[in-house]
Design a protein around this ligand. Structure first.
Ligand code: 5AD
Ligand code: SF4
Length: 445
């Protein structure tokens, strides 16, 4: 067993992309990917702490590494990502799981190669582990980290890091620091070279893409960044996440509408449908403003695929507040919604609010909400049948079967050869099962 790595990723797309950077750094050190944990001599867990369920699951998984480490003591176990960055968490992890060799924070991920070198040196002198957490809220952006991409034909591109919004339930601003925007030239150069390499879809990543540039003095905001991307030649798809309803401007909506390369697909987390709860969440918009924004998007792009994040059981949420959320979901008719049970996060404002909601009530509310959304998703899915859509072939999940998405973001399954991955094909939708669409390739002769 020589020089192989295995990365286990938990959480959001930001982490998926950061794992590509971890892989890039390890490959630059001469490691190659292992098929399983057992085959690897560097095992990295890239962690998430957005909800307690995520942390529980990760702790269980880390526990499983004990046996692997016992089998081969030369193995290097690295825990990285958001979970490590909470106050006191790095020390707690190292104490609970003594076989962990390196704990690395989100702010200094780029130090991984140096920390591996330090560990090897320490081992030679029979010294222990390396804990490297930086609590700098404004760490520098390191543009030199190599990236080993794993999501062809899509390529993730960071535009911002961190978040300034401090929604009262959310741990992200505490574990990822203040919002920092990359230079527009660095972003454009990266996208230009990705397109030259053959990537067909670019997904811009940021905690709040709409506030891109507000920490910089060159006056380039999200709209201007989109204009510069729109000017790049060739056929490709552009997506971005996540938008914040308080900052998504009409200008941005109009640019998306008029640029053929930009997908008509917006993820716009609403979180709640009650003004009282939105205020307590510090979301800085109300129900009327959100619904107004949805109307605006639909005016510019009637076919736009809209998705959202919704939380139930925020402290103080009454049955009436919850019914406001259900009502909003019925009004908007989202293509899809990611629904969550509120989970108190230590250090956030909401965790200390009175009237925490009992788990049974949260469970009941999320079950009812999911049923409402599922019915909507199924109804909307039915409307696709018989129509033809351009689909970018993204993957071959099993032999002879392909999947890809419509411009509006709907996942479609169809038969075809894996050589089509990365190509645009026309698909006629033949039916659906719940939210999954099924179709067949249209032979354009
Ligand atoms: N509990 C439950 N869900 C949360 N989210 C963020 N913080 C919490 C929390 N403490 C959800 C929000 C966000 C999504 C990424 O995760 O809906 O949009
Ligand atoms: Fe969390 Fe709100 Fe920032 Fe999103 S905008 S990462 S929900 S604090």
């Amino acid at each position: 067993m020589q020089n192989k790595y295995y990365i286990e990723t938990f959480g959001c797309q930001m982490n998926v992309h950061e794992s590509e950077k971890i892989a890039g750094m390890l490959e630059a050190l001469g490691y190659s990917p292992a098929a399983t944990r057992d085959d690897a001599n560097v095992i990295v867990f890239n962690t998430c702490c957005i909800r307690d369920t995520a942390e529980q699951k990760i702790s269980g998984n880390i526990g499983e590494l004990k046996a692997l480490k016992r089998e081969d003591k030369s193995r290097i176990v690295v825990i990285a990502g958001c979970m490590t960055q909470q106050k006191g968490a790095a020390e707690a992890l190292a104490a609970k799981f003594p076989f962990i060799d390196i704990v690395l924070g989100t702010a200094n991920l780029y130090e991984l190669p140096a920390k591996i070198a330090e560990l090897k040196e320490r081992r030679a002198r029979h010294r222990g582990k390396v804990v490297a957490i930086s609590y700098d809220d404004n760490p520098p952006i390191d543009e030199s980290v190599p990236v080993a991409r794993t999501s062809y034909p899509n390529a993730w591109v960071n535009i911002t890091y961190g978040c300034n919004n401090f929604c009262t339930y959310c741990i992200v601003p505490y574990v990822r620091g203040r919002e920092r925007s990359r230079e527009p030239e660095a972003i454009i150069d990266e996208i230009r070279s990705l397109l030259a390499e053959g990537y067909k879809e670019i997904t811009l990543l940021g905690q709040n893409v709409d506030s891109y540039g507000s920490d910089r003095s060159d006056g380039v905001g999200f709209a201007e960044l989109l204009r510069r991307i729109a000017a790049l030649p060739g056929k490709f798809r552009l997506r971005f996440m996540t938008s914040h309803p308080k900052d998504l401007s009409e200008e941005v909506v109009s640019i998306i509408a008029e640029t053929p390369n930009f997908c008509k697909n917006i993820h716009l987390p609403v979180q709640a449908g009650s003004d009282r709860i939105l205020k307590a969440m510090n979301r800085k918009y109300d129900r009327a403003a959100y619904l107004g924004l949805i109307d605006k998007i639909r005016k510019y792009m009637p076919e736009c695929g809209l998705t959202t994040d919704i939380m139930v059981g925020f402290p103080g949420e009454t049955e009436e507040d919850f019914l406001d959320t259900v009502d909003l979901v019925k009004r908007v008719r989202y293509q899809n919604a990611f629904t969550f049970v509120y989970s108190p996060r230590r250090g956030t404002v909401a965790a200390t609010m009175p009237d925490q909601i009992p788990y049974a009530v949260k469970r009941d509310r999320i079950t009812r909400l999911i049923a409402v959304q599922n019915a909507i998703t199924e109804e909307l899915s039915g409307e696709f049948t018989g129509k033809t859509y351009e689909v970018l072939v993204e993957d071959a999940p099993k032999p002879g079967m392909l999947c890809g998405r419509t411009d509006s973001g709907r996942l479609v399954n169809f038969a075809g050869d894996r050589s089509l991955v990365g190509q645009f094909v026309d698909i006629r939708i033949t039916g659906n099962k719940a939210s999954a669409l099924y179709g067949e390739i249209v032979d354009n002769g």
